[in-house]
Design a protein around this ligand. Structure first.
Ligand SMILES: *Cc1c(COP(=O)(O)O)cnc(C)c1O
Length: 376
């Protein structure tokens, strides 16, 4: 059986985790956390990177950071993971879903402005498959309407838009280190980027249970206390150590995935040219990270047949998000602005092929072979 995903594992992680275990401080914000955060700040040019327990939690922190209130509105695509919406709905906001572009599956930047009301507070672009949203347009809209932009770059580590790292373009950005992502901190984890300095102090407090503990550690206050709403969003040092080992080999992982992605693309191109399937589109200004390799079948019926066919032959390919606006919670907590021209239709056609660090050519050829057989 060829699995859909294998958690990234290099075999170099153990000594780092062992070293963390032997330190006297193994709770959050120790030596390995600092090293990871420095790495991210250098790599992305973000003002500050703070490790979190997940991308979900980084998004929840974002909702607290922008001081979201009940009745506020947040604009995002419906084609995304539940955490994108949950984080803001938890604060009582109404989620306003906007249609996607069929080429990248990202929020259609041309449909955002008309969804803005006097209650809108933020736009949350999701960089699907590590391919950037049209950020210049989105930032321009946000600036004109004084809205916060929070990039859900869960899938976007190592990707860029016009040379800028994803997660570093909006006021706030987030990555995920869940085992299904390109890099992991041992199964669960994330990072939040604070790119707008006005959020810095606030971010430290929210992440430290709503206290000014960080100020206390720096000697800026003589006791620490509860200053505002917060929670516990710090991963432990074991997680940071696991992640740090993978950061040191970030390029190796990225090159390996890109190589596999390109191989799929080249090998499946003939099927696309014959009009059987569609392949992903990468806009010129975007450099992606091979987070995902997807193809599109003609429609839902054909997709179901193809998925079953692959499964019968030992290949685990999978579909992806069921649009949030049509989900049980989405119906209660949000609304779709405008017409659902592409979200449902395109999501029903999409199939993700097995893709992971060190997938072998043999495995890929088997996948390619069976996809090709299906269409013959
Ligand atoms: C994976 C993912 C998340 C959630 O990340 P966790 O670290 O598992 O909380 C959020 N948004 C998107 C788009 C994702 O792909």
């Amino acid at each position: 059986m060829i699995p859909f995903n294998k958690p990234p594992y290099l075999g170099i992680e153990e000594p780092y985790v062992l070293e963390a275990m032997k330190q006297s401080k193994i709770s959050g914000d120790g030596a390995f956390s600092q090293k990871c955060q420095k790495w991210f700040e250098q790599k992305t040019q973000s003002k500050i990177a703070l490790l979190t327990t997940s991308c979900t939690h980084a998004l929840e922190m974002s909702a607290l950071l922008i001081n979201l209130k009940a009745g506020d509105e947040v604009i995002m695509p419906s084609y995304t993971f539940v955490s994108t919406a949950n984080a803001f709905a938890l604060r009582g906001a109404t989620i306003v879903f906007v249609d996607i572009r069929p080429d990248t599956m990202n929020i259609d930047e041309r449909k955002i402005e008309e969804a803005i009301t006097d209650k809108t507070r933020a736009i949350v672009p999701v960089h699907y498959a590590g391919v950037a949203c049209e950020m210049d347009t989105i930032m321009d809209i946000a600036n004109r309407y004084n809205l916060a932009v929070i990039e859900d770059a869960a899938q976007g580590m190592m990707s860029t838009y016009k040379g800028r790292a994803l997660g570093n373009i909006g006021h706030i950005g987030t990555y995920s280190f869940h085992e299904t992502k390109n890099y992991t901190s041992g199964g669960e984890g994330g990072v939040i980027f604070i790119n707008d300095e006005s959020y810095l102090e606030h971010a430290e407090i929210i992440r430290e249970k709503g206290t000014n503990r960080n100020k206390f550690f720096r000697g800026e206050v003589d006791k620490y206390t509860w200053v505002e709403l917060g929670s516990s969003y710090l991963p432990c040092e074991l997680q940071a150590a696991y992640l740090y080992a993978q950061l040191l080999e970030a390029d190796r992982i990225n090159n390996n995935r890109m190589d596999s992605w390109d191989f799929y693309y080249q090998q499946l191109l003939p099927l696309a040219h014959k009009g059987f399937i569609e392949l992903p589109t990468i806009p010129n200004e975007c450099k992606h990270n091979a987070h995902m390799f997807y193809i599109k079948a003609k429609n839902l019926k054909e997709r179901t047949k193809l998925l079953n066919f692959l499964k019968e032959h030992g290949i685990l390919a999978v579909f992806h998000y069921v649009p949030l606006h049509s989900s049980e919670a989405g119906l209660k907590l949000g609304r779709f602005h405008g017409e659902d021209q592409f979200t449902t239709k395109e999501s029903e056609r999409l199939i993700r092929l097995p893709m992971y660090y060190n997938i072998t050519r043999e495995e890929q050829l088997k996948v390619i072979d069976y996809v090709t057989q299906f269409y013959q």
